[in-house]
Design a protein around this ligand. Structure first.
Ligand code: THU
Length: 133
């Protein structure tokens, strides 16, 4: 099964009664294992979680820590872009050259790198001068 097929399948499990916008994400870790996520909404709207965050949580729970490839799919007019928070979450576990493929359920896709998605990413290096003072 391809990552696109896996993302398409897990999207069906999304819990999105408020937005009606189901999203699926499938990532391949550097180990080769595939981890899946879908969005999980909540009646307290800010408590909902994105598909990408779910796939990352599944990856970490399974013992992997590096994303080699990621596919996200939704029924949107143009390939669905990860939200700002998810871009930072992806950047935590993916090198700048990792490819993220954004897809629509009717067959459109755009491939971007993590660096394309989040130029100027906040990183550990920005905290180089922290101290207790
Ligand atoms: N959503 C995702 O899961 N991933 C994205 O890349 C964009 C947005 C979800 C969050 C919410 O459940 C719904 O889509 C509408 O914003």
């Amino acid at each position: 099964m391809t990552l696109l097929q896996a993302a398409t399948a897990v999207r069906q499990n999304a819990y999105a009664p408020y937005s009606r916008f189901k999203v699926g994400a499938a990532l391949r870790a550097s180990s080769g294992a595939v981890h899946l996520g879908c969005n999980v909404e909540n009646v307290a709207y800010p408590e909902g979680t994105c598909a990408e965050a779910g796939a990352i949580a599944a990856m970490i729970a399974a013992g992997d820590t590096a994303i080699a490839e990621l596919v996200v799919i939704a029924d949107s007019p143009s390939p669905v872009p990860p939200c700002g928070g998810c871009r930072q979450k992806i950047a935590e576990f993916a090198a700048p050259d990792v490819v993220v493929t954004l897809c629509t359920t009717d067959g459109k896709s755009t491939a971007l790198t993590v660096a394309d998605l989040l130029p100027g990413v906040f990183s550990l290096a920005h905290m180089a001068r922290t101290s207790d003072a």
